[in-house]
Write a protein that binds this ligand. Structure first.
Ligand code: SAM
Length: 189
């Protein structure tokens, strides 16, 4: 079984958008307790690898193709460690399920979730190979459109997907950006 029900969200996102192929290198941000790591590790197989990062320690998995880093993705040092583990060949996909500690105050939770999603976009721009994909979780709200527009500058296209498995939390949305472009599209093009 999976460590977290959220595993089914990533399965649905992969089915909808074709994120993973055997042999891929995947970066998973906000990876604890490890449900997404399990799904990604199965999808990329032994020829691929998955690197997970979280503030929390991640109990080791049965998969040999998974490495984990404990750290805060809002700190530069964590991105540096991640870059070292991924190596020069870069990543084929960056997926982020990072979520802030909820205050219950909608505007605060929204702003913090957008901030985390932007960290993931930064990691994607740093590590993705051309043609790579990015998935970020965000809570719906006024800053979502700007985030999406910024993602559109670096990818062929961006879709917004609400997996059935996240129906219970209605403000949660995943932006799925396909086809990383190393030369960004200028705004307005
Ligand atoms: N996808 C995971 C799974 O399937 O097991 C569940 C992820 S859970 C919804 C969100 C995670 O984001 C939490 O484990 C939290 O610690 C992590 N997180 C939040 N802020 C973070 C940050 N600044 N750096 C790293 N991880 C962070």
């Amino acid at each position: 079984g999976y460590r977290a029900r959220s595993a089914y969200k990533l399965k649905q996102l992969d089915e909808a958008a074709g994120l993973f192929a055997p042999g891929d290198v995947v970066v998973d941000l906000g990876a604890a307790p490890g449900g997404w790591l399990q799904v990604a590790a199965e999808a990329v197989g032994d020829a691929g690898s998955v690197v997970g990062v979280d503030l929390q320690r991640i109990r080791s998995l049965d998969h040999d193709n998974v490495e984990t880093i404990r750290g805060d993705m809002t700190e530069d040092g964590t991105a540096d460690r991640l870059r070292d583990v991924v190596g020069a060949a870069g990543a084929d996909a960056v997926v982020s399920d990072m979520a802030p500690n909820m205050t219950g105050e909608y505007s605060v939770d929204h702003a913090r979730s957008i901030h985390l999603a932007r960290q993931a976009l930064g990691v994607a721009r740093d590590l993705l190979s051309p043609g790579g994909d990015l998935v970020v979780k965000a809570f719906d709200g006024p800053d979502l459109a700007d985030l999406r527009a910024d993602m559109e500058e670096s990818f062929e296209y961006v879709r917004s997907i609400r997996p059935d498995a996240s129906r219970d939390s209605s403000s949660e949305v995943y932006l799925v950006a396909k086809g990383y472009l190393t030369a960004p599209v200028a705004a307005g093009d």
